[in-house]
Design a protein around this ligand. Structure first.
Ligand SMILES: Cc1cc2nc3c(=O)[nH]c(=O)nc-3n(C[C@H](O)[C@H](O)[C@H](O)COP(=O)(O)OP(=O)(O)OC[C@H]3O[C@@H](n4cnc5c(N)ncnc54)[C@H](O)[C@@H]3O)c2cc1C
Length: 342
């Protein structure tokens, strides 16, 4: 496919919030050679750059006065195995939900808990996607990146990616200096179901699955997600807008004394993760509408575009939620969504 570079492109179809921002320049890269060509293009060389996948974890607060590169590199290729896992190389531009379904249906279990997470494979390591008791980190072997400084590709083993809760080394990259062109997954040869997450365990039990297969878990996760989360094609959103805050033991104890019904989960090292959705609900901000934006009725953590809202309106609501939670609990909610042009 020939590389085309467009000017003044509307980004509405390229972000799941469905906000109407514009990119000064826009290109879809289908190969590493395309990335190189864009890098060498004299018209684009000194512009700010933004790498985009499916746009399901970004909020355009205003127009982007630079080059947006959609990393649309295809390919799903089995590439051998280790003692414990089979390895599968996936191009950055492959759809994540389609990939998970394909692997489960073709008898390669391991990713079923991460079913139906929107986006492309190349963005999965950026915030170490996670759901229903599993994080990508547990199934990632390495990440292949193209680096603007050298113009070369490099394989980064998972240990070098600093993957944490909704975090990685890539979250701190700026200006498209390092672009993920593919990932290699490690799918366990001796698969064991991951069913420790209470909501998933309840769903499996309601479905009568006492010894669930990978396909059972896949279906259960899809069912849960369809009930709980809005479909971006119907109601613009980017999933959870904020991360669950993490606090030290002492702070957790203080909060629990003041709010005995607080939702929290113990972590390693004596710290606690607090349910951000619970914090927002207590502030009576679940299912509210402010102008053309709001919070979702079934999940307070999800900010929604109720129709033709701008990114600035969504951001204003996000600030309001942060302010209310700060005032009531003294906790600062950190956005999970990447805000462009805040
Ligand atoms: C309804 C809904 C539910 C969701 N549920 C979950 C969930 O359960 N768990 C979860 O973890 N996330 C969830 N998300 C968030 C989102 O699906 C993930 O973050 C996903 O990985 C984003 O993929 P994307 O291709 O859309 O990335 P984009 O939104 O396009 O990009 C996200 C970030 O990654 C950068 N980026 C993208 N591709 C590349 C690349 N190739 N190289 C370098 N940088 C890149 C972008 O610059 C941006 O900073 C949900 C979102 C929605 C809309």
């Amino acid at each position: 496919m020939p590389l085309t570079v467009q000017q003044g492109v509307c980004l509405k179809p390229f972000n799941t919030f469905g906000v109407d921002a514009r990119a000064a320049w826009f290109a879809q890269a289908h190969s590493v050679a395309d990335l190189q060509q864009l890098h060498e293009d004299a018209r684009l060389r000194h512009l700010p750059r933004l790498v985009l996948g499916a746009g399901s974890n970004v909020l355009f607060a205003r127009d982007f006065d630079g080059l947006v590169i959609q990393a649309a590199i295809p390919g799903i290729v089995p590439c051998g195995q280790t003692d414990e896992a089979q390895l599968v190389q996936v191009g950055a531009g492959e759809s994540w939900p389609a990939l998970v379904e394909h692997l489960v249906r073709t008898g390669r279990p391991g990713l079923e808990n991460l079913a139906l997470i929107p986006g492309w494979a190349g963005a999965a390591p950026i915030q170490n996607i996670g759901a229903y008791g599993l994080e990508l980190a547990e199934r990632l072997h390495s990440v292949r990146v193209w680096e603007a400084a050298s113009g070369l590709c490099r394989e980064m083993p998972v240990e070098q990616c600093a993957l944490g809760y909704r975090d990685s080394i890539f979250r701190r990259d700026r200006n498209g200096e390092r672009i993920i062109v593919g990932i290699t997954l490690r799918l366990p040869l001796r698969w064991e179901p991951v069913t420790g997450y209470a909501e998933l365990a309840r769903e499996l039990s309601a479905r009568g699955c006492s010894h669930p297969s990978s396909a059972d878990i896949f279906e259960a996760v899809c069912g849960l997600r369809r009930r709980k989360l809005p479909d971006p094609a119907v109601l613009g959103n980017a999933g959870s807008f904020f991360k669950n805050p993490i606090v030290e033991r002492l702070r957790h104890a203080e909060l629990l004394e003041r709010f005995p019904s607080m939702v929290s989960y113990p972590l390693a090292g004596g710290r606690y993760k607090i349910g951000a959705a619970w914090l927002i609900e207590v502030c009576r901000l679940r299912g509210v509408t402010r102008g053309r934006v709001g919070t979702y009725e079934n999940q307070a953590l999800v900010l929604v575009n109720r129709g033709a809202a701008s990114g600035a309106e969504v951001l204003e609501l996000a600030h309001h939620v942060q302010q209310q939670v700060q005032e009531r609990f003294g906790i600062c909610l950190e956005p999970e969504v990447q805000i462009v042009g805040a």
